[in-house]
Design a protein around this ligand. Sequence first.
Ligand code: GRF
Length: 210
Amino acid sequence: MKTKLGILASGRGSNLGAIIKACNNRTLNAVVEIVISNNPDSGALKIAKQENLEHRCLRPSDYPDADALDRALTETLVAAKIDLVILAGYMKKIGPLTLHRFDHKIINIHPSLLPKFGGKGMYGLKVHQAVIDAGESETGATVHLVDAEYDQGRILEQKKVEIGDNHRDAQTLAARVLEIEHKLYPETINKFIEEQNRENHAHHVARRGS
Ligand code: GRF
């Protein structure tokens, strides 16, 4: 059985594209079951349409408050029978209901070596500019589990990038990091799925034996 992914994305959607590609060429043993965005004009929703994937736009302005949006998100993910929630440039904070229902089943990618250069307000070029301003000699990308705090859940995998003289501006650095994200994210999701399958199997065997 393939793991069913629910992808949440607000912007361009290049990581969504990389995940779809990895599912199609079977390096990622999963299927993108639904794409959800808060942004009707997002590249991510365009990609979902092009690829004939199920998609939904949950606009915050359509809901009376954050709790109602949180409930709608949980219900949408549950209705699609999602196993794993993948944040791919999703700009909204995940609410307590979704966090609880998908505990240890929400994964994010961040374009820095967390815990460095993470937290509220750290997104897009701001991350890379902060890295340059701090005079770092390396940066990279981090895939981690999502909990109630921004960018603080358990780290699953990191990949480093040396900051050479040829990427000393935020845009060039962002492009270099994005390139490694597209490889790191599908690989790490696949590893996480394999680990979970192994754990479930061990649990099953232990129960049968007792
Ligand atoms: C990526 O840099 C990712 O690390 C961050 O948001 C960006 C999303 O880019 N969380 P894209 O929409 O996948 O192209």
